[in-house]
Ligand binder design. Structure first.
Ligand SMILES: Cc1ncc(COP(=O)(O)O)c(C=O)c1O
Length: 462
């Protein structure tokens, strides 16, 4: 095996699609990991603060999870759902109870995209409608249907759609028409927008709204608590179902809650999950009201969905999560990171916004000369209001700088820290380490981020 990154990059480019994006000017191959640290093929260690896109939930090479995978793999990998699968039943019981949805059932698949597909199938079938509501700037996967509810042009490769989709306001407190409002008024305006969209762009009998409680790919956009309660009150009037896409927000990542929807005092009809559950082993699914899951009248199957290997891995992973109370760790270490980053926001103009919950933290970068400066602690809406009309950028929040985000990624990588990026404008740093990250690792990451942001801030001001 060659250990040269450039050589592997050449081979990658020859045989893999050009749109399969790689991070960094000089992409790296990660070959091993332990906890929150990964090692590349040239022997360099990094703190992993993106966890393979929020998927390494409990950490790399966690012995309890690895042992469960080994044990199951050594016995039986696969049987299909034509036979009883004990770990699948156990995991379904566990997730049904955790969902807080009364009398819930669970259907397992292998990816978040398939979970989106399944949830939409259940809702559209049950409501006999192909009309769906989604949030602007959403991401729900890469299949034809999942793309059709993805409200971000950069990820929607086709305008053709199997569904009739109407997009509503996405809860962005920094940019957009409602950014200057108080949280309460913001939620009310978003609900009014939803009502108007239903009444003007649909035939009324809409199947469902699908939404991420915190938009992931969209740049960790955090709506005010209660936002989805305001929307759900309107949905209920029309009998429209609510699907919470918890692919990124699930399993305690947001710290205060196990699921993202819980910040809003509501219960969804269906909930989709993926990523963190298998800690890297492919497992995803839908949990929700039994009558919706049972509403499919034909045969249906997922060959790999919930197979013995995936469900054994997921059970061990969940066990570890609870045994170590990683939700509490996400809350505590997440606040430490958020506070540290907010201190940096006060000092560096390139930092336009710091937001997030638990270990799902977004840092929005802007061109320094366009930044709407505000005292730290001033609500983002208020900051945007102060700058309104200055031409500073959408919502007056500073002109988004995708370039700065790419530069910060290079600078952090050079200092041994891996983070992600995203957002509608590609200008949001995404910080989302495994939920087992320690305070000390968070302090180390903060020091690296401070240096990297300072370098980029200075470069972009000169
Ligand atoms: C919120 C959300 N839903 C669905 C998906 C699709 O998941 P997958 O890539 O496993 O198909 C993603 C992937 O990033 C996601 O972030």
């Amino acid at each position: 095996m060659s250990t040269s990154h450039p050589d592997l990059l050449d081979r990658h480019r020859k045989v893999l699609p050009s749109w399969l994006a790689l991070y960094y000017d000089q992409p790296i191959e990660l070959v091993s990991g332990k906890g929150c640290v990964v090692t590349d093929a040239e022997g360099r260690d990094y703190l992993d603060f993106f966890g393979g896109i929020l998927t390494t939930m409990t950490g790399h090479a966690v012995p309890e999870v690895v042992d469960a995978i080994r044990e199951q793999a050594g016995r039986l990998l696969h049987t299909s759902t034509l036979y009883l699968v004990r770990p699948m039943v156990e995991l379904a019981e566990r997730i049904a109870a955790l969902s807080n949805i009364p009398d819930a059932k669970v259907f397992f698949v292998s990816s978040g995209t398939e979970a989106t597909e399944a949830a939409l199938l259940f809702c559209c079938g049950a409501r006999r409608s192909n009309q769906v509501l989604a949030l602007r700037n959403s991401y729900h996967g890469r299949s034809f249907t999942a793309m059709s509810v993805t409200g971000n042009r950069a990820w929607s490769a086709s305008s053709l759609s199997p569904l009739q989709v109407s997009y509503i306001h996405n809860g962005d407190r920094l940019r957009g028409p409602f950014a200057h409002l108080s949280d309460e008024a913001f939620n009310a305006a978003s609900a009014a927008d939803l009502r108007q969209v239903i009444e003007t762009t649909t035939a009324g009998d809409v199947a469902c709204l699908i939404a991420e409680p915190i938009q992931g790919v969209g740049g960790f956009v955090v709506p005010p608590d209660g936002f989805f309660a305001s929307l759900k009150a309107v949905l209920d009037e029309y009998g429209i179902l609510f699907v919470s896409d918890e692919v990124q927000t699930g399993w305690g990542r947001t710290g205060d809650h196990f699921w993202g929807y819980q910040a809003h005092g509501i219960t969804p009809d269906l909930l989709t999950f993926a990523k963190g559950l298998g800690n890297g082993v492919a497992i995803a699914g839908v949990v929700g009201r039994a009558e919706l899951l049972d509403s499919v009248k034909t045969n249906s199957i997922s060959t790999f969905g919930g197979n013995p290997l995936a469900t054994a891995a997921a059970l061990a992973n969940l066990e570890y999560l609870f045994a170590h109370d990683l939700q509490a760790n996400a809350r505590e270490v997440g606040s430490l990171l958020l506070e540290g980053l907010r201190r940096l926001q006060g000092r560096l103009e390139v930092v336009g916004d710091v937001r997030g919950k638990g270990l799902m933290i977004g840092v929005e970068l802007v061109e320094p000369s366009t930044a709407a400066r505000s005292a730290v602690g001033v609500a983002p809406g208020a900051a945007a209001g102060v700058a309104a009309g200055t031409g500073a950028g959408p919502g007056g929040a500073g002109r988004p700088s995708a370039r700065a985000a790419s530069q910060v990624l290079e600078e952090t990588r050079a200092r041994g820290l891996l983070i992600g990026k995203g957002g509608l404008y590609g200008n949001v740093l995404r910080i989302a380490p495994p939920l087992s990250v320690s305070r000390q690792q968070a302090e180390e990451a903060l020091a690296v981020l401070a240096d990297a942001l300072w370098v980029v801030d200075s470069a972009r001001r000169s």
